[in-house]
Design a protein around this ligand. Structure first.
Ligand code: UDP
Length: 378
């Protein structure tokens, strides 16, 4: 009856469902939650503000094809994301850039550090903190130690339960030191939010007569892997299975539990029109949450109150909370590789997405990956 079964209606699942359906395939999407859009899910809350239930999701891409593809399903609200981090009690712009230098240090020292950066790096370059730490220049050493201590060390300890050196350098390189004045969080060509939210965007993708969506359904209720075969509604399924979830769940945890990092999301209503100095303010050195998001600064709303979100990182325990991030240590990757090898035995199962591929994909990466996979499978 179905050509393709997709387990999960997040961004990866939605793109593949849309593509296969557009090419005349009958697609079944099975989603455990009561809603689509995965962790991009957004909804208007009691304050009349569009909030991201699973934490802030900012869209940005350098890839015109991804932008054009998604633009078929949404209009955009043009938006450059900006973040501040509280250093010694004061919110200053990050990625750390020339403006930050001026806000943090006395002018003479800021000028000296700016000159040292310009002497050692091209204007406009992004320098990962772990690279800056290796610098031989004494002024840059000073700057690297300062930024490491004030921005990265304690934030990463909260976020990952690990120091920056213990996680893959690519993780902290996402927020590099910027040699210049651009204080936007991303420098991509296309930066915007879906005008009516991600949920609406995904609903538009799935709105196709060839797609059947089963919400509130754990895939174990309707599917089973037995030997090398897939059974759907107790019958042998010979089509393609797309799996964007955790691989340990697909294989009944036969090699143990895969580690992920979770976050407790705590929303609060503040009885004031505005709350903070930027859409997202990070607290590397204070409190036990990492950051606060104020959603009306991302999706403008004229409301007397404002909704904020505090993120409290925590260990992931299956069932108790949500898996948000793969963990980027060698041990965790080795655990993943066992499942990845098991998956390779099934020619008609394709793993895709942040959880299933154990990668730090952003939204545009997921869309790109799903489109690439479609191009190969179709
Ligand atoms: N990071 C940090 N301090 C900050 C911001 C980021 O140490 O103020 C590090 C931290 O390890 C974090 C990583 O950089 O996990 C990536 O940050 P990003 O904002 O991209 O994280 P996401 O929004 O994906 O949670």
């Amino acid at each position: 009856m179905f050509d393709v079964v997709i387990i999960g209606a997040g961004m990866a699942g939605a793109v593949l469902a849309e593509r296969f359906a557009a090419h005349g395939k009958k697609v079944l999407v099975i989603e455990r939650r009561k809603h689509v859009a995965g962790n991009c899910y957004d909804e208007v809350d009691a304050n009349g503000i569009l909030i991201h239930k699973y934490g802030p999701h900012l869209f940005h891409t350098d890839d015109a094809q991804i932008w054009e593809y998604l633009s078929r399903f949404t209009q955009w609200h043009l938006y450059f994301h900006r973040v501040k981090a509280v250093i010694d009690g004061k919110p200053v712009p990050i990625p750390f850039n020339f403006n930050t230098l001026r806000e943090v240090f006395p002018t003479s020292l800021a000028e000296k550090l700016e000159a040292a950066l310009l002497k050692n790096f091209d204007y406009g370059k992004k320098v990962p903190i772990l690279e800056l730490k290796k610098s031989a220049d004494a002024d840059l050493q000073f700057l690297a130690d300062f930024v490491y201590e004030k921005i990265f060390l304690h934030y990463s300890e909260k976020q990952w339960g690990l120091s920056p050196e213990k996680i893959d350098g690519a993780v902290t390189a996402r927020v590099p030191i910027f040699v210049g004045r651009d204080d936007r969080y991303f420098s991509d060509r296309f930066q915007a939010m879906p005008a009516r939210g991600y949920t609406r965007l995904v609903e538009n993708m799935l709105d196709n007569k060839n797609i059947k969506l089963l919400l509130n359904t754990d895939f174990h209720e309707v599917m089973e892997l037995r030997g090398d075969f897939i059974y759907l509604f107790r019958k042998r399924f010979k089509g393609r299975l797309i799996y964007p979830g955790q691989l340990d769940e697909l294989f009944s945890k036969k090699f143990g539990t895969l580690p992920y990092r979770s976050i407790a999301m705590k929303f609060e209503t503040v009885d004031a029109e505005n709350f903070q100095a930027a859409p997202v303010v990070n607290y590397p050195n204070n409190y036990d949450f990492t950051r606060i998001t104020e959603f009306k600064q991302i999706h403008p709303a004229q409301t007397p109150r404002t909704t904020i979100l505090k993120e409290f990182p925590q260990e992931y325990g299956a069932g108790a909370n949500e898996p948000y991030y793969p963990i980027f240590t060698e041990e965790a990757r080795a655990a993943y590789e066992k499942y990845s090898a098991e998956l390779a035995k099934f020619k008609n199962i394709t793993a895709v997405g942040r959880l299933a591929e154990y990668r730090y994909y952003d939204i545009d990466d997921v869309v790109k990956r799903a489109l690439e996979i479609f191009a190969v499978l179709n």
